[in-house]
Ligand binder design. Structure first.
Ligand code: C2O
Ligand code: CU
Length: 511
């Protein structure tokens, strides 16, 4: 039996471990400041006033350099609005772009100018962030840091060149709004790509609670009020745990898990002929849930991580942290089966049905058991394809990021500090920057960097290019990137409840 969850109670717990984690972070920081072997900055520093902000001339100059002659313009409109959505077997009132869940996919070609007219019909201020895109800093959608919030009733025009092909997404960057229905896929086609597949399937996986008697704002308030308060044993609720994630699987349980906006019993489906090649573009927009993704009985070939190509790698199942994307190729099976997104450690299921026209799909719970019996991989060690590997070079600067929490009142910190737009990690244009992220907590953190695609430093040397990387409990994950996109860039945990509780800092370009 593979039951799905039926409550959405925050799991208050970890009092003891959290205290230990805080201590560990302190020790770690002390260690970093004395044992650095390359130019290193331990901790976040107050940022100087002359940092390269969103209005700096460097931003416009960088954008201009991206614009080729004859650039095509793509116009889209996003209406952020409140309204009912049918998630399959249930209608919920939620916040979406244009009334659709996910919002209508945006599709451009690499090099295009994307113009998005965003109209805010929500009762709260909002912004739109273009997750994974190396865009001009003033269009990045981070309140205060890169733009003022868009007030209720107001609108804002985003306009930027989209430089790299791949699978991306868009979502708000205000509070836990992305844990409502405000999201969509942003697909950037590569004019130079050979194709080599018959169909494409974009799948957005999500954990869902909005409009089911609670809201993300309420969840965040509950975590802040009770997350540390000794309610852990409440109702005997099991802690969400995952061996694959090496510890806690989440802080929130959800009543539903959705694939492309639908519950597993009323899924969307892809019709294709047996043997046809399907390109999967899989996106995790969950707030607090990693998804274990795969098709029982049908191995996939992973081709891209966070939009960038990797050495093709076979897997039965792959883990997607919040904010991560994986592209893979599968061969359409002979009989109907689900492309499953299993809520890791949470016993929840989502699926899109692969429908070759033969046979009925197996019971989804049985399919989940079959997938769970197969090994699942994390992508952190898969080498980037040679064409997108960073040129080998010693880092010019190394920043340590000590990830810790939760503290009193459910605070999550980087280098002992909760987020402030005036504190961060200084870099200079032209530098090779190394970030070493150490997780002293009992839960994984999918760490995301805005405006850049780093390369994970794998045991073998070259790891994948990514913008969001899972850092498991007790792990240090090191990434490197070239500082080639001036501005003020958020780096944060893509667990929306961690990020909004402080686990964010700024990679700050200084003159
Ligand atoms: Cu999708 Cu700041 O993130
Ligand atoms: Cu986190």
């Amino acid at each position: 039996m593979y039951p799905s969850n039926s409550s959405s109670t925050p799991m208050g717990r970890r009092r003891f471990l959290a205290a230990a984690g805080g201590l560990g972070a302190g020790l770690l920081l002390a260690g970093c400041s004395t044992s650095a072997t390359s130019p290193a900055a331990a901790g976040s520093s107050p940022l100087p006033l002359n940092r390269i902000g969103p209005g700096a001339s460097e931003i416009a100059a960088t954008e201009k350099a991206r614009q080729a002659a004859g650039q095509r313009t793509v116009d889209v409109a996003l209406d952020a609005m409140v309204g009912p959505v049918d998630i399959g077997g249930r209608t919920v009132s939620t916040w979406t772009y244009g009334g659709a869940l996910p919002g209508k996919e945006i599709r451009v070609r690499a090099g295009d100018l994307l113009r998005a007219h965003v109209s805010n019909q929500l009762p709260q201020p909002t912004t739109v962030h273009w997750h994974g895109i190396a865009l001009r800093n003033d269009m990045d959608g981070v309140p205060i840091l890169t733009q003022p919030e868009i007030a209720p009733g107001a609108s804002f025009d985003y306009q930027f060149t989209v430089p790299h092909p791949g699978t991306y997404m868009f979502h708000p960057h205000v509070g836990p709004q992305l844990d409502r229905g405000l999201y969509g896929a942003l697909i950037v086609d590569d004019p130079a790509e050979p194709g080599g597949y018959d169909h494409e399937l974009v799948v957005v996986f999500d954990d869902w609670l909005d409009g089911t008697g609670t809201t993300p704002d309420q969840q965040l308030a509950d975590l802040k009020a009770h997350g540390m308060s000794g309610s852990g044993g409440m109702g005997g609720m099991a802690m969400a745990h995952s061996d694959l994630l090496g510890g806690d699987a989440g802080d929130v349980t959800y009543p539903y898990y959705l694939a492309n906006g639908r519950t597993p019993t009323a899924p969307t489906s892809l019709r294709a002929k047996p043997g046809q090649r399907i390109r999967l573009r899989m996106i995790n927009i969950g707030g607090d849930t990693a998804f274990r993704v795969g098709v029982p009985g049908t191995p996939m070939t992973i081709t891209h991580t966070d939009g960038f190509p990797v050495i093709a790698t076979r897997a039965d199942a792959v883990l997607l942290g919040m904010g991560e994307r994986v592209d893979a190729i599968i061969t359409m099976p002979d009989t109907a089966v689900g492309l499953l997104g299993l809520a890791e450690g949470k016993n929840g299921i989502s699926q899109v049905l692969l429908q070759p026209g033969n046979g009925r799909a197996p019971d989804v719970a049985a399919a989940a058991v079959a997938l769970m019996a197969r090994p699942a991989i994390l992508v952190n060690a898969i080498p980037a394809a040679p064409a997108v590997q960073l040129t080998p070079r010693a880092p010019d600067i190394t920043h340590q990021l000590a990830l810790a929490g939760p503290g009193q009142g459910y605070t999550w910190t980087i280098n002992g500090q909760t987020y402030s737009p005036d504190q961060g990690l200084p870099v200079h244009a032209g530098q090779r920057v190394r970030l070493a992220m150490s997780n002293t907590t009992t839960m994984f953190h999918p760490m995301h960097l805005h405006g850049h695609t780093f390369q994970v430093v794998a045991p073998s040397g070259v790891g994948p290019r990514k913008d969001t990387v899972n850092v498991l409990p007790g792990q240090t994950v090191t990434v490197e990137f070239d500082a080639d996109n001036p501005g003020q860039w958020l780096t944060h945990c893509h667990n929306i409840y961690h990020g909004e509780s402080g686990m964010m800092t700024v990679v700050s370009y200084l003159p």
